[in-house]
Design a protein around this ligand. Structure first.
Ligand code: FES
Ligand SMILES: [Fe+2]
Length: 412
């Protein structure tokens, strides 16, 4: 068990010579945020290719527990079968009916409501329920199509391609945060989906900067200290920042106070902090000493996305008879709606083809890092965003991490 006085003792040396601090950053073009072509590139080169974090194991504990997730025009089903958690393409192999519409549930078999093919929790086709070609049918060739699945630190990852970059290298130093905040052992107390009428990157920007807290979130601003904040320089395809919690409070919630015991491994200097860490492209963690939130943004079209938000607590707290996450949920649920208004209105502003990007401040390094990373993943020689990449910061620096401190398996 490693103890440290702060997360800075556990992660790499922080670069003092970061180019962003010399120049700040700039935004990108109208087409980068709203265009069909850029969206297609992101779907094929990022969402269609890379390892994507899709869920937390605490939501899939029981055999037969499942969740579903729409990614662009596709959908995946993640289910706990006899050999552990496994993802499948969420459509019936017969004629393509979308098998499960619900976001989460528990079933021991999956019945297609079109012609009644039945699959078990391991994706195997069990029954054709009397469809006429039963006598010559090869059931074993008509099971659900599996999607590559891995688990790290309690997070379920999937890859829709065979050439995804190495997952552990991409996660870089994320493992230190996951270990300290006991991510693999936490319990999901609540999950909620939010539709947002904006490009997914605008949500990723929004949830990664606190510059807007004083104007947009009066409850959050009362608890967290806008002036006590900074950006991490992390190894891996991750970006991160931290922000202080004001001394009068001990929890980022509507009341600002909680009787929950701080998680044991969280260093003393981080108990009055939120550590914001994003696994690129789309999963933000807010790590605090008494709970962890995870917020995903999933693209649906160039101008629409949805956010799936989880609130996770230590099992020693959720087991208590008086456990309540009401004050935490109330704060973030309100802040979320405030944020989506910001994102949707920004999308409407950027939809003007005459949008000309302005300068980003020193408090928006993560915004610049996210865009730089997306540009690096999607641009080619002909792309206008290659030319206008602007100051590319360090931090979102590709798969150069030193691996992680533990490794899980898809089969638990
Ligand atoms: S499409 Fe599912 S049984 Fe026909
Ligand atoms: Fe916000």
């Amino acid at each position: 068990m490693t103890r440290a006085s702060s997360m800075f003792d556990l992660i790499s040396d922080q670069g003092e010579e970061r180019p962003y601090f010399e120049t700040g950053g700039i935004g990108r073009s109208h087409g980068f945020y709203t265009g069909e072509e850029q969206y297609r590139r992101e779907m094929s080169r990022i969402y269609g290719r890379r390892w994507l974090p899709v869920d937390h194991v605490s939501r899939l504990k029981d055999k037969g527990a499942y969740t579903t997730l729409n990614i662009g025009t596709g959908s995946v089903l993640i289910i706990h079968g006899d050999d552990g958690i496994q993802a499948y393409h969420n459509y019936c192999r017969h004629r393509g009916y979308k098998l499960v519409e619900e976001a989460a549930g528990k079933r021991q078999s999956l019945v297609c409501l079109y012609h009644c093919w039945v699959y078990d929790r391991n994706g195997k086709l069990k029954s054709l329920n009397g469809t006429y070609f039963d006598h010559f049918f090869e059931k074993e060739k008509n099971g659900l199509l599996p999607v590559r699945t891995e688990i790290r630190f309690g997070v379920v990852f999937i890859a829709l391609s065979d050439d995804a970059p190495d997952l552990d290298a991409s996660l870089g130093e994320f493992g230190e945060f996951a270990r300290v905040y006991e991510l693999a052992d936490l319990e999901c107390a609540e999950a909620k989906d939010y539709p947002v009428a904006s490009n997914w990157k605008l949500v990723a920007h929004n949830v990664n900067e606190s510059l807007h807290f004083p104007t947009a979130h009066k409850d959050l601003h009362r608890i967290t200290d806008f002036d006590d904040a900074g950006t991490y320089d992390l190894k891996g395809d991750i970006v991160g920042a931290w922000q202080g919690i004001r001394n009068a409070y001990n929890s980022v919630s509507m009341t600002g106070r909680s009787g929950r015991t701080p998680m044991e491994l969280v260093p003393e200097a981080d108990r009055q902090k939120i550590n914001w860490i994003t696994i690129l492209p789309n999963l933000l963690f807010g790590f605090t000493a008494d709970y962890v939130m995870m917020q995903w943004v999933w693209p649906e079209s160039p101008g629409t996305c949805f956010v799936r938000h989880f609130w996770l607590f230590h099992p020693s707290e959720t087991a208590k008879s008086d456990f309540s996450h009401e004050a935490v949920f109330a704060l973030w649920d309100k802040a979320n709606y405030e944020d989506w208004e910001m994102c949707e209105r920004t999308h409407r502003g950027l939809s003007n083809p005459l949008w000309t990007p302005g300068q980003l401040s020193l408090d928006e390094e993560v915004v610049s890092q996210i865009d730089s990373w997306v540009v690096a993943e999607t641009a080619d020689a002909q792309s206008p965003d290659t030319a206008e990449a602007g100051p590319v910061t360090n931090g979102a620096n590709g798969a150069n991490g030193a691996g992680t401190s533990e490794t899980g398996k898809a089969a638990e």
